[in-house]
Write a protein that binds this ligand. Structure first.
Ligand code: GDP
Length: 318
């Protein structure tokens, strides 16, 4: 754990692109360190540059393979790239667990690429603030693009990628057809759809079905129309087109105001999570307090109800 006096040094080292400092700062986020307030204050002026791309899709569709291929294509354009893999379901520290999942060995020694996995803590709201904070570290470290990948499926995954500037939804023939995608709620969140494993039967049918389902959505004039692309990620085929479409979405989002809107929503979630965590910790201090015990006694005796009791408790937090 860094001493308070080290924070300034760590931040300036991270800004110079020193991977160890970047890793250290993300560990502070992962550990919900009390120093985060200072870290975030120092990083704030250097953020807002990176394009955050979230990747979602069922396990096995090729997220890791695609991420690796995208990193390669972005590096070829001279971009600095961050990869943040998040396991929303695991309360355990992620490094070792997630390390194998990211098929990133080929990029491991490239100084223009930061790869980091992070387990979000088990406590409520952890995800809402830890993801934007880790993104802020990578952003301040000079990443042009940050790929946000989640491990595991479900609602939490959609929440995580929902904070991205651009959401890439990955499907594979026969695995995640349009109906399944609609059920999982990913049709609404996707900005770019990719049918991976196009070397397999059914890729064209899956793309057609997806295009049809996307076309059914009501879109106002000037809205982004999510493209449906095909890739063979394991061979890098179709990846340059994905990179182009991601960039096109970012350009559209910047121009249309959608980017600001998404970033404000991300910040609002983060602020709310931090505020709730602060309240919860003050409540925890109250747990040993007489007042809560007294109120509980009154509720059990029937002399007050839990809503009134809660109001009284909140009133003492000011
Ligand atoms: P993830 O669980 O979504 O991250 O999927 P992975 O990237 O780990 O890929 C799952 C498996 O599919 C691996 O064995 C990959 O080599 C394979 N795979 C990835 N892309 C393709 C592709 O385009 N075609 C084929 N045939 N296999 C692929």
């Amino acid at each position: 754990m860094a001493r308070t006096s080290d924070v300034a040094t760590l931040v300036s080292q991270a800004r110079e692109g020193q991977p160890r400092a970047v890793a250290r700062l993300i560990s502070l986020v992962e550990d919900a360190s009390p120093q985060l307030r200072e870290v975030m204050a120092s990083l704030q002026p250097f953020t807002g540059h990176a394009h955050v791309v979230g990747i979602t899709g069922a396990p096995g569709v090729g997220k890791s393979t695609s991420t690796s291929a995208l990193v390669g294509a972005l590096r070829a354009q001279g971009k600095r790239v961050g990869v943040l893999a998040i396991d929303p379901s695991s309360p355990f520290s992620g490094g070792a667990l997630l390390g194998d999942r990211i098929r990133m060995q080929e990029h491991a020694t490239d100084p223009g690429v930061y790869i980091r996995s992070m387990a979000s803590r088990g406590h409520l709201g952890g995800l809402s603030w830890s993801t934007p904070q880790a993104l802020r570290v990578l952003d301040a470290a000079g990443c042009d693009v940050i790929i946000l990948e989640t491990v595991g499926v479900g609602q939490s995954e959609i929440e995580v990628v929902g904070v991205a500037d651009t959401v890439l939804v990955l499907l594979a023939p026969g695995m995640g057809d349009g109906i399944q995608a609609a059920k999982a709620g990913i049709l609404e969140i996707g900005d770019v759809f990719v049918v991976n494993k196009a070397d397999r039967d059914g890729a064209s049918a899956t793309s057609r079905e997806l295009r049809h389902m996307i076309s059914l959505a009501d879109r106002p004039e000037g809205a982004w129309r999510p493209p449906v692309l095909k890739t063979i990620a394991s061979q890098g085929e179709g990846i340059p087109k994905v990179v182009d479409e991601i960039a096109a979405h970012f350009a559209w989002a910047s121009e249309s105001g959608e980017l600001t809107k998404r970033r404000e929503r991300r910040a609002a979630d983060e602020i709310e999570a931090i505020a709730l965590a602060a309240l919860r910790s003050r409540m925890a201090d109250l747990g040993s307090n007489e007042l809560l015990h007294d109120l509980a006694t009154q509720v059990v005796q029937g002399s007050t109800d839990p809503y009134v009791a809660a109001d009284q408790l909140i009133a003492t937090l000011d």
